[in-house]
Design a protein around this ligand. Structure first.
Ligand code: NAD
Length: 734
């Protein structure tokens, strides 16, 4: 199998075309790397070749590196994986550097011009190769995404992208691209200086070739290969550079709280590299990249946020043997906050949506919410006015159940009241054909119970979105006791259609995500009663890598909703309800009308614009702060274990069927410390034995809620890991 093709035209221009067989997107693996290497040699060594264009045979240039390459390089090196990684990385540097130098002598003469011609998306190493070329042409393809998203999966551009980009533009301009993984369409990429020219798609190759033909020696020398090169924006010891690097260092620490090794390592590579010649700089980059790859956080993030997330999106848990069940016409019942959001994300991908509410006025309100989201998109130039008109045209707002005729899926998002849900389920089903699937977006009511209102509980399912629907990518699919495979397949196909990430769980109180997040919030709140300084609670949570501390989260969710959930749970559980100080605190806040962000007063104070101004002073008078404060590690352990133990119990009880879903769901659903790869990856990282020790300690001090689950203890006793025992490889082998 060849991933790259080679031909020479009548003008002596060699074209290296990347076209991985049987894949819709090019990705680089080790075999492809060797092929590219050989073809570059061939072109540079052939005296009949005057220059080279590197392009793609597909609509896009490349999606990046096949991330399995990383583990392969480490494995191939046996007991010295760091050496294997470093050597493997240096091999990429050797090839890109060969492209960049293109046969030039020490005086920068005699090289062959090499242009990159990008028909579409070019990401990761798929953009680092072009960065090594002498000129980058991009087709004016508005769908194309160009950039270096590595940081989003816990690594950084380690095939020269970091060193080249920080020499191509000043740090301030490079920061969003390198440090935040911001992607650009070709027009923006040109404006930022990422690509040199944007040309009509059908002129891409000819434009690149014309440039190759006319390029002079001076055109192909990179600035950093010219004597006297100065870092744009200033090197670290230049006054301007000094300011930049000091600022960048603080900014990165502020953003990552020190828990993401990649951002810091990337900045170190840039900072240290900026003080030495290019060839030394890329060696330094390779060292830092090896360092990051050897950190368990990077493999955990790659596994969860790339490998496992992609597998779930592609249907890893879809029931086998069921035909494609894509949605053609969707009915959304309840045009409130959630219903409007669900209608919006569905219409956005072209699904015809009927948005139904109690009366026309309420339905129109939902339509207006969608229009508002679209207007915002137009204002921020995320979509064109034409696209906005097209999207809204897919939605019809109504109060007439007859309009639901022809819908093949219904998602119900009316009030959280079983009686109302039962009524609307019956009324809707009277209009639907028998093969339609009915889904509820309930966040607290058992699916199995709600399904009783349906004429066919095998076609009834939970499709649980998170708020705000258009921003939250996780969708929790919940199987009731009788839910059948077709309903699961339909829900999964729908989630894929709207480009979100699904997890499938079984029916149990609060399903998965809310089950784990509620104890986190409670744990934080009950600390107030113990006299823990409130700022410590939320700040420690952030130091763990949680996006929002428990007290802030309680405010965001709103105290009245917490109160409602609390009361409903108390009613449902009766004597088994585990009362705690958190219940009293929530009740007190509720009685004092401190509802959180929604009324501008909660655990935090807010200004009239709704901006948080600080912890509410009254907290410290209501729940006095103790003289002696707990150890930070202990607070971290409590806040982490409150969530993680629920995840383990969910798996133990069969609510979760696949630990990958537990990890992906945790990061996407409630932002569980992403650096850890999720609760199960985190437990594997610290080791079951250590986790058990933490739990035993917390149980002795704080009570039964931290009791070690039997499964975790078993793993500790047998020296196993979650992924070793229950991961996809173990499953396949079973
Ligand atoms: P909401 O109050 O904003 O909207 C509910 C809508 O349902 C209102 O427009 C109301 O007019 C309509 N409605 C009520 N009775 C109806 C009837 N008989 N027929 C037709 N329409 C009717 O509530 P929401 O926050 O959008 O929540 C809706 C559902 O989504 C609930 O089941 C809730 O548990 C669930 N949910 C909410 C969130 C959240 O964060 N708000 C998250 C996940 C799931």
């Amino acid at each position: 199998m060849t991933d790259f093709h080679y031909d020479i035209d009548a003008d002596g221009i060699a074209t290296i075309t990347w076209d991985v067989p049987d894949k819709s997107m090019n990705v680089l693996n080790l075999e492809g790397t060797a092929e590219l290497d050989a073809l570059v040699d061939k072109a540079l060594g052939d005296e009949n070749v005057v220059g080279v264009v590197i392009t793609s045979g597909k609509a896009d240039f490349a999606g990046g590196m096949d991330l399995n390459v990383i583990s392969k390089m480490a494995e191939m090196a046996g007991d010295d994986p760091a050496r294997g990684l470093f050597d493997g990385i240096m091999n990429f540097h050797r090839i890109t550097r060969k492209i960049e130098r293109a046969g030039m002598d020490a005086k920068n003469k005699g090289g062959k011009p090499i242009a990159a011609a990008l028909p579409g998306t070019a990401l990761g190493i798929g953009f680092e190769i072009p960065l090594a070329c002498h000129r980058i042409f991009a087709a004016d393809n508005p769908k194309a995404k160009i950039g270096l998203p590595e940081i989003l999966v816990g690594i950084f551009p380690g095939a020269g992208g970091t060193t080249r980009l920080s020499r191509k533009m000043d740090m301030m301009s490079a920061a969003p691209i390198l440090m935040e993984g911001k992607l650009s369409d070709p027009t923006k990429a040109k404006r930022l200086g990422l690509v040199d020219e944007v040309v009509p798609a059908d002129e891409l190759l000819s434009a690149a070739k014309a440039w190759v033909k006319s390029a002079t020696d001076a055109d192909i020398v990179k600035p950093w290969d010219v004597k006297g090169f100065k870092m744009p924006g200033g090197a670290p010891y230049h006054p301007a550079g000094f300011m930049t690097y000091v600022g960048a260092s603080a900014m990165i620490h502020g953003k990552t709280k020190g828990v993401y090794p990649a951002a810091k390592a990337m900045l170190s590579a840039i900072y240290e590299g900026a003080q030495v010649p290019f060839d030394t700089a890329i060696r330094i980059e390779a060292r830092w990249f090896t360092n990051v790859l050897m950190n368990p956080s990077s493999s955990a993030m790659i596994n969860t946020l790339f490998t496992h997330k992609t597998a779930l999106e592609k249907g890893a848990v879809r029931p086998a043997g069921i035909k494609d069940m894509k949605v053609r016409k969707l009915g959304v019942m309840g045009a409130g906050m959630m219903g409007a959001g669900i209608a919006f994300v569905s219409a956005r991908v072209g699904i015809e949506v009927v948005l139904l509410d109690r009366d026309q006025e309420a339905a129109n309100k939902g339509l207006a919410t969608i229009q508002g989201l679209l207007d915002q998109g137009v204002k921020r130039k995320k979509i064109t006015p034409e696209k906005s008109t097209e999207i809204i045209s897919h939605v019809s707002a109504t109060a007439d159940y007859a309009d639901l005729q022809g819908c093949d899926l219904i998602v119900e998002a009316v009030f959280e009241d079983p009686a109302i849900k039962a009524t609307v389920t019956k009324a809707a089903e009277a209009q639907l054909s028998e093969d339609a699937i009915f889904a509820t977006n309930t966040s607290t009511l058992p699916i199995t119970e709600l399904a009783k209102a349906s004429r066919d509980d095998s076609r009834y399912i939970g499709i649980h979105f998170f708020s705000p629907v258009h921003l939250m990518n996780l969708v929790e699919i919940i199987k009731g006791e009788k839910t059948g495979d077709e309903a699961v397949a339909k829900a999964l196909d729908f989630v894929r259609q709207i480009k979100k990430t699904p997890i499938v769980v079984n029916d149990a109180r609060f399903f998965y995500a809310n089950r784990c997040i509620l104890p986190y919030v409670n744990e934080g709140i009950r600390m107030l009663d113990e006299g823990v300084e409130p700022a410590m609670v939320d700040n420690v949570a952030k130091l763990m890598g949680m996006p929002v501390g428990p007290l802030q989260l309680a405010d965001e969710v709103s105290i009245d909703l917490s109160m409602k959930i609390m009361k409903a749970t108390q009613n449902a559980m009766g004597d088994a309800y585990p009362y705690s100080a958190a219940d009293d605190i929530v009740e007190k806040m509720f009685n004092d009308d401190r509802m959180g962000r929604k009324n501008n007063k909660g655990f935090y104070d807010y200004d009239e614009k709704g901006k948080r101004t600080g912890i509410w002073e009254g907290l410290r008078s209501q729940w006095p702060v103790a003289d002696e404060q707990p150890d930070i590690t202990e607070v971290k352990h409590r806040l982490a274990m409150a969530q993680v133990l629920e995840a383990v119990r969910s798996f133990e009880e069969g609510v979760l069927e696949d630990i990958r879903e537990g990890d992906v769901g945790a990061i996407l659903g409630w932002g569980f410390q992403p650096w850890s790869g999720g609760p199960f990856s985190w437990l594997d990282m610290i080791g079951a034995e250590h986790a058990v020790a933490i739990c035993d300690d917390l149980t002795a001090k704080f009570g039964e809620r931290f009791t070690t689950p039997a499964l975790l203890r078993e793993l500790a006793d047998s020296g196993e890991t979650f992924y070793g025992k229950f991961g996809p490889k173990a499953k396949d082998a079973a």
